[in-house]
Design a protein around this ligand. Structure first.
Ligand SMILES: Cc1cc2nc3c(=O)[nH]c(=O)nc-3n(C[C@H](O)[C@H](O)[C@H](O)COP(=O)(O)OP(=O)(O)OC[C@H]3O[C@@H](n4cnc5c(N)ncnc54)[C@H](O)[C@@H]3O)c2cc1C
Length: 502
């Protein structure tokens, strides 16, 4: 008997569609609550894990001080503790970030669940075997002998997505949760009793899999060029995809087909500066290393050699997810990030990988001849004007918004404005890399999907990228994994309880 026939013979309480972070959190939570769980994953086992596999592991949770950090990262050495100022990231700060970044559009109920559940969920992840470590050099620089965190993202998942998933797969396995690979869910089985299972393809054949509840945790539509063009607009079909090739909006489509309510910023996406020569989809051997997030300490020019955004508007964690989309609007859809030796040491390891598109010049004139596709004269004019406009009387400090700005430019730089006078100059070519799309389905407090009339659809839940209404226009780094974990746990728990109480 084939694997799927054997599974169909068992009574399944909860089917989880997908096998990334949100799906695993949902599946484990359902199993913790006594449900028999099966997971369906479209990818082969070697490509499993969706976007979650590609993450560097930034993980945003609220905490009130180092005592909270120690609950999640108890192994910290005394010496390390003395040299790090974690500060705080209170629930209020988290709320402020979510509201400010989304221009006050984020759904207040969803964001409350996210923020208030974040610390407890970080503890739960730790309990599942997911290890954390401080994000030094990413979210804190050493100034006067001490690392100071600036934006609340104190801990990252140690080993990023791959290690996080390894821990969660092991936990799922310990509960006896079966994962069927190369088995896309294609349709929901739906009738008067709500959703009672899914139709899935396995080894070329269609199968009906009955279950008490279905949790859709199968990503958004970022990997689908046609849907990107349809929802995000012209040009987005040409963007590179940072992560998995398997998030093609199938979950969204299945839910909409039975009357789920589309919700959130359908024409919005998380997109970043990504190496121009990166492959069309993510490469698991490189992970997130094509990203180039350190532009706040440099300058960004387009094909005309002109700046088109305020590189120093805020810390990268508050601008990187929207600035990727600005590159898409530039001629040729590319840009170059420029640095000199004063800030090169601040650049993250992503700038030092072998597969990087880079140019170096001992003078700005020499560099200008090496920036593929860029108008030299325009570039040199921009650099001259920029250098003359820097307020060098204000001290540079990468750990705070230092107010070292430019004055008198068409687009000023608000912070960290250093004149380019320390050769050699280094430049990195970037294009738009789409991470995930913001539109999704409307869910209730329990992660149950609502229909277009506002009623919950019996037996149907969603979590992770499938959830609409959290992100609009922008995003705070480290929220994707946290949202997947918070709503994954909600969905798993609620689905198990609903099924087992029947
Ligand atoms: C390069 C990169 C770096 C990132 N870094 C961070 C970070 O540091 N911190 C952070 O918080 N977020 C980060 N993110 C965002 C984060 O990865 C996502 O928000 C999060 O992982 C989404 O989790 P998910 O479970 O919803 O989706 P995924 O992890 O993408 O899982 C969806 C799964 O569903 C499967 N699937 C799709 N369709 C079907 C179908 N029809 N049937 C069955 N299975 C299906 C897919 O194959 C996939 O395995 C990053 C993303 C990328 C791409």
């Amino acid at each position: 008997m084939s694997e799927i026939e054997a599974i169909k013979g068992d009574k399944i309480d909860v089917v989880v569609v997908g096998a990334g972070n949100a799906a695993l959190c949902a599946a484990i939570s359902a199993a913790e609550n006594g449900a028999r769980v099966v997971m369906l994953e479209v990818a082969p086992i070697e490509s499993r894990g969706g976007n979650s596999h590609f993450t560097g592991g930034a993980f945003r949770f609220a905490f009130n001080g180092v005592e909270d950090i120690l609950k999640i990262y108890p192994d910290i050495a005394e010496e390390e503790l003395e040299n790090i100022d974690f500060g705080t990231y209170t629930e209020d700060q988290y709320f402020d970030d979510m509201f400010n970044l989304t221009q006050y559009r984020t759904d207040a109920d969803l964001v409350e669940t996210l923020v208030k559940g974040s610390f407890e969920t970080a503890q739960w992840m730790h309990k599942q075997g997911v290890k954390m470590m401080p994000g030094l050099g990413r979210q804190a620089y050493k100034v006067d002998g001490k690392f100071r965190f600036w934006g609340g993202l104190a801990l990252h998942i140690s080993g990023g997505g791959p290690e996080m998933l390894a821990a969660l797969y092991a936990k799922a396995d310990s509960y006896g949760i079966k994962i069927l690979y190369e088995t896309p869910a294609v349709e929901l089985i739906h009738g008067d009793d709500g959703v009672t299972g899914v139709r899935a393809r396995h080894e070329g054949k269609m199968h009906n899999i009955s279950a008490g509840a279905v949790i859709l945790a199968c990503g958004s539509y970022e990997s689908n060029a046609e849907m990107r063009a349809r929802y995000l607009g012209p040009g987005w079909d040409l963007a590179k995809v940072r992560g998995t090739r398997y998030n093609n909006g199938q979950g969204l489509q299945m839910a909409l087909d039975i009357g789920a309510r589309p919700y959130g910023h359908f024409s919005g996406a998380h997109a970043v500066a990504w190496d121009t020569n990166a492959p069309p989809y993510g490469d698991l051997t490189i992970g997130d290393q094509f990203q180039k997030h350190n532009y706040p300490y440099g300058l960004v020019v387009n094909a005309n050699g002109e700046r088109f955004l305020d590189e120093g508007l805020d810390f990268h964690s508050h601008t990187y997810a929207k600035y990727g989309g600005e590159i898409l609007k530039q001629p040729g859809m590319f840009a170059w990030q420029i640095f000199d030796q004063k800030t090169i040491h601040l650049l993250r390891s992503e700038y030092r990988i072998r597969r990087v598109t880079k140019a170096v010049g001992d003078t700005l004139e020499e560099l200008s001849t090496k920036l593929d596709g860029v108008d030299s004269d325009g570039f040199l004019k921009t650099m001259r004007e920029f250098n003359a406009a820097c307020r060098t009387d204000i001290p540079f400090d990468p750990n705070v918004k230092d107010g070292r700005c430019t004055e008198g430019l068409v687009i000023n730089k608000s912070n960290w404005a250093n004149p380019f006078d320390s050769p050699p100059f280094e430049a990195f070519a970037v294009t738009t890399g789409v991470t995930f799309t913001f539109g999704g389905v409307k869910i209730s407090h329990d992660a149950q999907i609502e229909d277009t009339s506002g009623n919950t659809i019996r037996g149907l839940y969603a979590c992770g990228e499938m959830v609409g209404g959290l992100f609009y226009h922008n995003y705070a780094s480290g929220t994707g994994l946290m949202s997947g974990a918070v709503f994954g746990r909600k969905a798993g728990t609620a689905a198990a309880r609903a099924v087992l109480s029947n």
